[in-house]
Design a protein around this ligand. Structure first.
Ligand SMILES: [Zn+2]
Length: 82
């Protein structure tokens, strides 16, 4: 699998895989330009948006905004659209 913005760490991939496998990823909206997902994490729900035009992912969790890279929620959503 190739990632556009750096490779997530093993922890992030493991957690994302677990979220995906346990059915925590729900697609809310899918248009030509964007896809919206809701991911039920261990404590909170997170909104993940995929900007199709720019090929960019974003998430509202602290990990994503602080580190500026892919979190487990984004990783789980990527798995769900493969
Ligand atoms: Zn996140």
């Amino acid at each position: 699998m190739a990632f556009l913005s750096g490779s997530p760490s093993k922890d992030v991939r493991d957690k994302g895989l677990r979220l995906f496998r346990t059915g925590c990823v729900k697609k809310e909206l899918d248009t030509d330009r964007r896809a919206h997902f809701v991911v039920q994490g261990e404590t909170d729900k997170h909104s993940v948006i995929f900007d199709k035009a720019r090929g960019m992912w974003s998430c509202d969790c602290k990990f994503s905004s602080m580190k500026g890279r892919n979190c487990s929620h984004i990783y789980a959503c990527k798995l769900s659209i493969k």
